[in-house]
Design a protein around this ligand. Sequence first.
Ligand code: ADP
Length: 305
Amino acid sequence: RIVVVGSLNLDIVLGVRVLPRPGETVAADRLLTAGGGKGANQAYAAARLTGEPGRVSMVGCIGDDDAGARLASELEHVGVDIAHLARVPASTGHASIAVQADGENTVAVFAGANEAWPDGHAGATPIRKGDVLVVQQEIPAAVVAEALSVARRVGARTVLNAAPARESARDLLADVDVLVVNALELAALVDAGTATARSQTQPVESMLAALDYDGDVVVTIGAAGALVRPRAAAPVRVPAHPVVAIDTVGAGDAFVGALAGQLADGADLFEAVAVANAAGGLTATVRGARHPGLDSAAVARVVRS
Ligand code: ADP
């Protein structure tokens, strides 16, 4: 099984010609509301790829409102076990996203229920030996730490997608088997304070060399694919698959969900990353964070192409 502990948001996406400046109002020519949140997007991808109802569990928090009901039923519809979604007295998380014609975007996130975890909810994560736990950082740091330690205790494999970047993620690494980051998130782990500057000037390889962590590391690098540094070995690049990318929102989440599914199926790290690259690439071919046609057959076609 794959257990995802993380965020759920309702994304409200407005397409605009040019992003509004402070104080300005612009007309939007497109409206899309869709299920999002890093955790839920990863659960979606893992469930679509395994295709086996109940194999993926989503642990998270939603409000007692229409948005929460919608997010839960969308996940249930693709076979995600939603028995461990808590309804809490807060609004469901929302993301307000404006996307400019060239793809440039601004995002404001209201965490809401994602920050209102009831005591004990993370500790009750339904994880067993042989499962893969996946966590990201759109939920409180203490919840991430608790989920990782529960998984460690039962002997499950742990995957931390340290996104969005948080310097405190360094304190979690002792309980992490596989770390998945992009260059910016890696920079935050390597050097507090100057993460943005560092990610733009330092090659990923040298940041990896400076990282104080011995587990498996996967660095996603967009159209170039991923750099894989297996435990105590040299990094090797696994190329992306050629796709016509129109919107990379959610590509990283599909990558992580697919990777976790592959690891749970017993794939080795490199096989898992090849499939994850295909899932990320496919997701970049559609608008929005979730590809409606994502499944193992679609991924296999991309891997072969
Ligand atoms: P993030 O948005 O989290 O920084 P990336 O942009 O690195 O994530 O994308 C995640 C993964 O999605 C990449 O590692 C790659 O596998 C796939 N991907 C993203 N953009 C493209 C693209 N233009 N072509 C092919 N694959 C892509």
